[in-house]
Every structure is written in structure tokens, then in C-alpha cells.
Design a protein around this ligand. Structure first.
Ligand code: NDP
Length: 344
């Protein structure tokens, strides 16, 4: 069935793939943008819409403007709430991360409440809402992180991005439980990689790959493990979340790896084209340079060299996801960056 779906964050790395998938299935997508005059942020989506069965509508709304999602929510059948700032270098954690994440979620869900038409909301949370530091697994005596777990160790001053994500997800469940008009389905992606449709996103995903290919880690990679998932699978999961009887939270992860494993894939495909690392930076060195490079000693202590296990079996069993392998994700991302002229 074709639906009218309000998408927040549709101009971003993940959101643009969600918008593309929904348009190709013939839906009407109500894309919210902060500023309609910034056409470079969404003109590529109009081009996709022109070639697809669906219809793209443009609405102006800002996470920080109360009531700004009310108009596009009215008449929508569903909402994919994807928008939230994803950058790690910030000046003011409350203002730059937590407020847009939490107040933004409140604004969008209040719009769902007022709409009288919205029946389902899919929220983009994160594995950062499942766990904080990698050491949490050991400290909390957990053998593998599942959808049962919530991050309890991040705060405004320690891992503020993760704090913004768990605070927003908690707020969403709280609002959802107070009504019975719309269902809430949550996606908890791990680190998202893969080809980007947008060239204007400031997502950490694109930043990390650009830094890897332009030599930032050439003298060594931190031994930091995180989950990886392809952006096309994350988009598919969101669309399945909207279309099917999906319930609750969903950890999205194909594998657990790190910068060095990314580098190994790059090296095996592109040989010496890019100056990628071949070994780890020692932990003691990170303890010294960390505070200068923008991460604390506590972050190093609690994350570097610690194991991480993520259980994504629910996404395979309930959503039927078949994940794109890590190697393909990485090489397709490099190819796209070459095409877009971001790297040589
Ligand atoms: P992007 O930065 O590419 O996308 C963020 C989107 O949010 C953009 O469309 C941006 O709009 C919008 N946005 C930000 N602030 C506001 C605001 N104040 N009002 C309205 N819209 C706003 O990041 P990603 O695509 O990587 O991330 C999207 C979501 O996925 C986020 O919720 C993030 O936390 C989550 N996530 C990302 C992961 C990853 O590895 N990339 C992993 C797990 C979760 P604009 O174009 O105007 O900037």
C-alpha cells in the first residue's frame, strides 16, 4: 500500500537512502528541511523523485522550533524520525547535541500526537543508546549487547553524543507509552558506512572514511572496536520497520571491527593508493595525545583495547535483513567518494 510518510533528516547520509527507497516504492515522502533556500542539500532527492514512482513534497521544519512538524505530520500515515546531529567535536554538548536530539524528538512526536492520522513512527536511535563505553560489557557482566540493554554510563561530559541518543530514545518511549494512536519502532544502527547519495552531509561516517583515505591514521589506528552496518541495509531496515509488523528495538550490525580492519580492506583493493594504517597506535601513546586530539583519558581507558559484541539476530529474524558484507560496504564507499571527487 502507498503511504504518505514524513521523513526528518532525509537530506542526510542515512535519511537520503530512506527517502530514495520510499520513493521507489511509490510513496509520497514529506521531506522536512531546515531551510528551503539551501537547494544543494536536497536537489539530488528531487532528481531521484523525478525518476521514481513516488512523490516528493518539501516542508520546512527545525528540530528546535516547537510546533514546526505539526503541519507536515497532519495527513501523514507514518513518520521516519531520522534527524539528529551526529558529530563528535562539539562546543556545548547540551546545545549542540542533547537539545536537538531530545527536544527534536519531543517536537516530532507531539506532532504525531496532534496529527490524528499518524499510525506509526520509526525512530533512528543508535547502538550508542544500547551501550556507552566498550568496557560496559565487562563492568556490567554482559556477554553480548542485545535490545534489552540501555546505555547507563554516558553523560553530558562523557560520551555526550551517546548520551544524546539514549536520552532521545528514552523520551520517545515515554511519549509513546502515554498514547495509543501510533506505534513506535526503533532502529539502533551501529557505525554506518557505505556509499553516500549526498555530498553535503557532515556525518561522522563520511568524515571517518575521508580521514582514513587522506592519511590521518597513517602512523597507526586506535584499537577501538565498533559495530559496522551498510547504509543501504540501515535504510532497508527503516522501510521494513514502516511496512511490516516490526516491534520494539533493532540492533543493526553486520560485524564488529575497527579502523585497522577498514584499512585492510582498502589496502587489499587499492594497494598503496591511500596512506592507511598497518598497525595499532599503542594505548599509552593515546593516553598522552588523547586530550590534545579531543578525546579524554577516560575514553581511552574505557574503550581502547576492549572487546565488543553486538547481537543483531533480531534484525535478521524479524526484519529478514541479509547484511551486505563489510568488505563490499567499504569498497563501495571508496568508489562513491572517488566518483564524487572527495578522494583521488
Ligand atoms: P547526517 O548528518 O548526514 O544527517 C543528519 C540529518 O539531521 C540531516 O538531514 C540534518 O539536516 C538533520 N538535522 C540536524 N539537525 C537538525 C535540526 N536542528 N533540525 C532539522 N534537521 C536537523 O547524519 P547521519 O545520516 O549519519 O545520521 C542520521 C541519524 O542516524 C542520526 O539520528 C544519527 O544519530 C543516527 N545514527 C547514525 C549513525 C552513523 O554511523 N552515521 C549510527 C547510528 C545512528 P541538514 O541537512 O539541514 O543538516
Amino acid at each position: 500500500m502507498k503511504n504518505t510518510i514524513l521523513v526528518t533528516g532525509g537530506t542526510g547520509f542515512i535519511g537520503s537512502w530512506v527517502v530514495k527507497g520510499l520513493l521507489e516504492k511509490g510513496n509520497t515522502v514529506r521531506l522536512t528541511v531546515r531551510d528551503k533556500s539551501k537547494k544543494e542539500k536536497y536537489s539530488f532527492l528531487q532528481e531521484i523523485a523525478d525518476k521514481s514512482e513516488g512523490t516528493l513534497e518539501l516542508w520546512e521544519a527545525d528540530l528546535m522550533k516547537k510546533g514546526s512538524f505539526d503541519a507536515p505530520a497532519k495527513g501523514s500515515d507514518m513518520i521516519a524520525h531520522i534527524a539528529s546531529p551526529f558529530f563528535l567535536k562539539i562546543k556545548d554538548a547540551q546545545k549542540d547535541l542533547v537539545d536537538p536530539a531530545v527536544k527534536g524528538t519531543e517536537n516530532v512526536l507531539e506532532a504525531a500526537n496532534k496529527s490524528g492520522t499518524v499510525k506509526k513512527v520509526v525512530l533512528t536511535s543508535s547502538v550508542a543508546s544500547v551501550h556507552g563505553d566498550n568496557i560496559d560489557m565487562k563492568n556490567q557482566n554482559i556477554s553480548i549487547f542485545t535490545e534489552e540493554h540501555f546505555n547507563t554510563t554516558s553523560s553530558l561530559s562523557h560520551q555526550p553524543y551517546s548520551f544524546s541518543k539514549v536520552s532521545a530514545e528514552n523520551k520517545a518511549w515515554e511519549i509513546n507509552k502515554k498514547q495509543n494512536e501510533w506505534e513506535l519502532v526503533v532502529m539502533n544502527p551501529s557505525f554506518v558506512m557505505g556509499p553516500s547519495l549526498t555530498t553535503t552531509s557532515k556525518s561522522e561516517s563520511l568524515k571517518v572514511m575521508t580521514e582514513l583515505l587522506t592519511g590521518k591514521y597513517k602512523s597507526g589506528a586506535p584499537d577501538l572496536k565498533f559495530g559496522f552496518v551498510d547504509v543501504r541495509d540501515v535504510a532497508k531496515a527503516h522501510i521494513l520497520g514502516l511496512e511490516t509488523e516490526a516491534k520494539g528495538r533493532h540492533i543493526l550490525a553486520e560485524s564488529v571491527a575497527g579502523i585497522l580492519e577498514m584499512a585492510n580492506v582498502v589496502k587489499s583493493t587499492y594497494e598503496d593508493t591511500y596512506k592507511v594504517p598497518t598497525s595499532y597506535v599503542p594505548r599509552w601513546l593515546l593516553m598522552i595525545v588523547g586530550p590534545i586530539a579531543g578525546f579524554s583519558r577516560k575514553f581511552v581507558r574505557n574503550n581502547i583495547g576492549h572487546d565488543l559484541k553486538l547481537d543483531s539476530s533480531k534484525s535478521k529474524e524479524k526484519l529478514g535483513l541479509k547484511y551486505i558484507p563489510f568488505e563490499k560496504t567499504i569498497t563501495d564507499m571508496v568508489e562513491q567518494m572517488k566518483l564524487q571527487g572527495i578522494v583521488k
